[in-house]
Ligand binder design. Structure first.
Ligand code: ATP
Length: 209
């Protein structure tokens, strides 16, 4: 039986408890034994990360240390240039061949953008997309769907519709963490304590005065 590789990509600048809670909720709902976090070197859809890849990876390692559920894929950090999902899936496919089913978790916001992804059609052929939908995106889903239906074959959109998983709304974002650190505010309970200590110890996200 092929193993399931469930990939959860992001910038993780820094990783926060929202990421971890949502990934765990997904695993519980779908019965996944492992979620693979994939930090992007340079996400194509947004600006450069503030922390280096090395620091973001170190924080991810601290965040999931001792957690059976998580592992980390470093492929995108090792590549230079924009981190395209297509390239990552191709590398994983050539590494695992037919011994793995690849699943790629995306938020509803990213789903909306799928027609613009580099080789989006190939991405949807290579991986089973898992769409994590949190409020208020659940209300926007029909509109997103209509948009996708005009760009992708209907059998594919029907298949993706079955892969929608509702996840809780956790009011934490990396942007908020960076803003709080720059403003001298506490990030306790928003990130794992080990990550909080790393940010403080390495003076990440502090405003240069
Ligand atoms: P930023 O604020 O810098 O844009 P972020 O907090 O959204 O970052 P990313 O690393 O870009 O973090 O997110 C990786 C994935 O996790 C994305 O699919 C994103 O939608 C999802 N995600 C991030 N925060 C949450 C959250 N609080 N609840 C649910 N999903 C989240």
């Amino acid at each position: 039986m092929p193993t399931d590789i469930v990939l959860f990509g992001g910038t993780f600048d820094p990783v926060h408890n929202g990421h971890l809670i949502v990934a765990r909720a997904l695993a519980e709902q779908r019965g996944y034994e492992r979620i693979t976090l994939v930090p992007a070197a340079s996400p194509p859809h947004k600006g450069a990360a503030e922390a280096s890849g090395e620091d973001r990876l170190a924080m991810l390692r601290l965040a999931v240390a001792g957690e059976e559920l998580f592992d980390i894929c470093e492929l995108e950090l090792r590549r230079t240039g924009p981190s395209y999902t297509y390239d990552t899936l191709r590398e994983l496919r050539s590494r695992h061949g037919g011994s793995a089913n690849l699943h790629w978790v995306i938020g509803a916001d990213m789903l909306e953008d799928l027609p613009n992804w580099r080789r989006g059609r190939d991405v949807v052929e290579m991986a089973n997309l898992i769409v994590a939908v949190r409020p208020p995106w659940d209300r926007r889903l029909p509109a997103i769907w209509a948009n996708l239906a005009s760009a992708f074959p209907s059998d594919w959109t029907q298949a993706v519709l079955k892969q929608v998983v509702a996840v809780p709304l956790i009011g934490i974002s990396s942007t908020e963490i960076r803003r709080r650190v720059a403003g001298g505010l506490s990030i306790r309970y928003l990130v794992p304590q080990t990550v909080e200590a790393y940010i403080a110890g390495h003076h990440l996200y502090h405003r240069e005065d």
